[in-house]
Design a protein around this ligand. Structure first.
Ligand code: SF4
Length: 146
């Protein structure tokens, strides 16, 4: 297959949930950019050398939520029993990376390849058309290579 040939669409997997006392963090590995904002921001909670690698009770729920919101791809999301849902940035922003990916933040409505409409607050979208996880970047094409 050529480097920038579209990949066969993958069946999206459900994000994995990591439940804590005050906050549940979900992780969608297919969208992770490995930018390490999580492990760098809160190593007590996010540690890839440990199983499970996310331990939400390692810090206060507000702090966990604050670090999850730094995840540019939306691979990490959270929900709390009592706290408000994450609000998207206002105004919404769209930034093209030097390699071509589109970084979005805001109150987003993203339609997946299967027609599902998702409410999102953070997403990195495929700009080259190669990703097998459309419309999200999955690092398959040249614009996803660091
Ligand atoms: S911050 Fe998000 S995109 Fe970056 S490594 Fe963590 S989960 Fe992956």
């Amino acid at each position: 297959m050529e480097a920038n040939e579209p990949k066969e669409p993958k069946e999206p997997k459900e994000p994995k949930a990591y439940a804590g006392e005050g906050i549940t963090v979900t992780y969608d590995a297919g969208r992770c950019l490995h930018a390490a904002r999580c492990v760098g921001g809160l190593p007590e909670v996010f540690d890839t050398g440990r199983r499970p690698w996310i331990q939400p009770d390692g810090a206060a729920p507000e702090r966990v939520a604050e670090v999850v919101r730094r995840c540019p791809s939306g691979a990490l999301q959270y929900r709390t029993a009592t706290g408000p849902a994450e609000e998207g940035d206002r105004p919404a922003t769209v930034v093209r990376s030097p390699l071509g990916q589109l970084f979005l933040r805001g109150e987003l409505s993203v339609t997946t390849a299967s027609g599902e409409v998702r409410r999102e607050t953070r997403a990195v979208l495929c700009a080259c058309g190669v990703s097998g996880n459309q419309p999200y970047c999955d690092h398959s094409g040249s614009c996803g290579k660091e």
